[in-house]
Design a protein around this ligand. Sequence first.
Ligand SMILES: Nc1ncnc2c1ncn2[C@@H]1O[C@H](COP(=O)(O)OP(=O)(O)OP(=O)(O)O)[C@@H](O)[C@H]1O
Ligand SMILES: [Mg+2]
Length: 310
Amino acid sequence: MSVIETNALTKTYNGKGGISDVTLSVGEGIIYGFLGPNGSGKSTFVRTLLGLLQPTSGEGYILGEPIGTTKSREQVGYLPELFRYPDWLTGRQLLESHAELCKIPVRQRKKRIEEVVELVGMTGRENGRISGFSKGMSQRIGLACAILNDPKVVFLDEPTSALDPIGRKDVRDLMVYLRDQGKTVFLNSHLLYEVESVCDHVSIVHQGDMVAQGPWRELMVTEAKVEVVTDQPITVPMPAFVTEYQHKNERDRTRMIFQLENESDIPNIIHYLSSHQTPIYEVKPITPHLEDVFLYWVNQKKENMYVDNQ
Ligand SMILES: Nc1ncnc2c1ncn2[C@@H]1O[C@H](COP(=O)(O)OP(=O)(O)OP(=O)(O)O)[C@@H](O)[C@H]1O
Ligand SMILES: [Mg+2]
């Protein structure tokens, strides 16, 4: 079943900005990455899904309920971007008021608050005033609010923007924990590595348009590159499947970098070199820079638009 579904969902601000024509379907129990640079429409999209903004056109459903309805929000948790909490409250008081809003039965509140405080790594600090919290602590307490009502779907809008590397790792672990509990996590992020490290499925957005979507592995489609270490530069001609070749001599070793038509050419180049008496000391695939993957899809979309417009 689709947990989140949209059909040409569009939200623009007086015809400008926002996000246009997004059609996607998010399955149950996955971490879905909504990836794009600043201003690409990620927050607009999530706020529209949550009914905080009125769509300009198109439609959307959460757990089968049309967006904008109370029912569609019942089993949803949300960590807004750069949210400011009433800072005269303590962390615990914020969670208590949240628990009341979510109608968590009074008898269960204390236990549930303790659980989420632990999940976000704030145990022992929840009784401090929010005004004295660091950015990272505020973000953690925000995460605790987002998961307090044990939602089936959690929307996290840039959940690690204020966190240090340890905090980022904690949030990653929390997302994986939620997924392992069968929850669906919708993650807005402009950080490619963050999306790559946890997301099962990804959409790439750019200037309000979705430029690609699919399993992350399938989006990593730049050509294959491999580094092979030998003891002297090769003199044999390059086979046709090598699209680019560079080498660097380092004392008694030569590092050769082959750009290949595709990944399945990696065994071919090894075979080719060994059949030409080239000793191989090391073979290392070179993973593409994530920025390259992003730019690839942005350019791909532009090219298609150009073709469509002809
Ligand atoms: N309330 C608003 N009124 C007018 N334009 C807006 C409004 N909110 C957002 N926009 C515009 O819509 C576009 C998308 O903004 P949005 O905040 O959704 O992007 P984002 O991907 O979340 O960016 P960031 O990574 O900076 O959070 C931007 O061009 C922005 O200027
Ligand atoms: Mg945003």
